[in-house]
Ligand binder design. Structure first.
Ligand code: NDP
Length: 323
């Protein structure tokens, strides 16, 4: 390996990733989603690999400004922000960081579910504000024991979560584009029907055109005034205005949201609602999991330039790997 290989680090580069890449390559960092024309004029035709630590869309137009680009190493398992078809058309391999984050994202979904169902933020405020001493015990909440819980997207994270949900002893249902006969959970091809039967829906599916606003008024109404929506997937999967309306009108019980339509913006109505738990896209944000993600992002670039075999290409690019 030679440090003469030039890599473009797009977005705010985490120090560990920056260090790992600098150990192997010449790294050009730029926190802006698209560097200046000047930068492209100086470096564009030398860049052979890039990492994407930015949530801004990575388009074919940007790839065109990097004519020698061979590989985009995405930081994260979701790659809805990267135009993979455009990359493929230019012979560029896209990689991502699957599996290493399953446990922490699933744990976070569980945390959000429990916090929403037991109204943890209210309980915390109740104890802090002195209302406990003044008004006595806080109102009762509802149990999750034995309740039906639905997972939308039973993939790597969804299956990890399902296993953890078994502790509640209730039915676990899932919705996706196909049944998975090997799992011990009930497949529901009809999302509304599943929502109707469940106390909580947990979203674990990818963003992008195929899932855009999949969760709209019909699904939210089916989940109902006692229902809980947990989203650790992507903001685009939920019709956010429909969600806000359902919460405001009491047609949906609670929502616990780690992701939003226009991150990092969070609509004021959601901030003001006491039926919502908000989180700043933090489901994978532990030191241990992020370190594993940074390392896999770096390892994909290193493996590509060492022997043409990045470790975790996205499924659409698997056939592009030489060995
Ligand atoms: P996987 O690809 O392993 O699983 C995704 C699942 O979604 C698949 O089982 C798939 O099942 C299902 N799915 C895909 N398209 C649809 C559709 N149109 N309708 C219904 N189901 C669908 O991905 P991961 O589990 O590794 O990750 C899932 C997503 O979680 C990521 O793409 C990312 O967006 C999000 N994520 C969020 C994080 C956060 O910090 N909040 C952290 C990590 C991930 P089938 O093929 O049967 O339809």
């Amino acid at each position: 390996m030679t440090t003469e290989i030039q890599i473009y680090g797009r977005g705010r580069m985490p120090p560990r990733l920056e260090q790992r890449l600098s150990d192997h390559f010449t790294l050009h960092c730029d926190a802006a989603p698209a560097p200046s024309g000047d930068w492209f004029a100086r470096h564009g035709d030398q860049i052979r690999g890039m990492t994407n630590a930015s949530a801004a869309p990575l388009t074919g137009a940007l790839m065109d400004r990097l004519p020698k680009l061979e590989i985009i190493s995405g930081l994260g398992v979701g790659y809805d922000g990267i135009d993979v078809a455009a990359a493929r058309a230019r012979g560029i391999i896209v990689t991502h960081t699957p599996d290493v984050l399953n446990a922490d994202v699933a744990n976070y979904a569980l945390l959000l579910l429990l916090a929403a169902s037991r109204d943890l933020l209210f309980q915390d405020a109740y104890a802090r504000s002195g209302r406990w001493a003044r008004d006595g015990q806080a109102p009762l909440t509802s149990t999750l024991e034995g309740r039906s819980i639905g997972i939308v997207g039973l993939g790597r994270i969804g299956r990890t979560l399902a296993k953890k949900l078994e502790i509640f002893g209730g039915p676990i249902l899932y919705h996706g584009r196909r049944e998975q006969p090997e799992v011990p959970y009930e497949f529901c091809p009809d999302l509304c029907e599943m929502a109707r039967r469940c106390t909580a829906l947990i979203l674990c599916l990818p963003g992008g055109a195929g899932t855009d606003r999949l969760i709209g008024t019909k699904v939210l109404d089916a989940l109902g005034p006692e229902g809980i929506l947990v989203n650790v997937a992507r903001g685009s999967v939920v019709d956010q205005p429909a969600l806000i309306a359902a919460l405001e009108e009491g047609r949906l019980g609670r929502a616990a949201l780690d992701v939003f339509e226009e991150e990092p913006a969070v609509p004021q109505t959601l901030c003001d609602s006491d039926r919502v738990i908000l989180s700043p896209h933090a489901a994978s944000a532990t030191v241990e999991t992020r370190t594993a993600m940074f390392d896999l992002t770096a390892d994909n670039l290193i493996a590509h330039f060492r022997d043409g075999a990045p470790k975790t290409p996205v499924p659409e690019c698997r056939d592009m790997i030489r060995r």
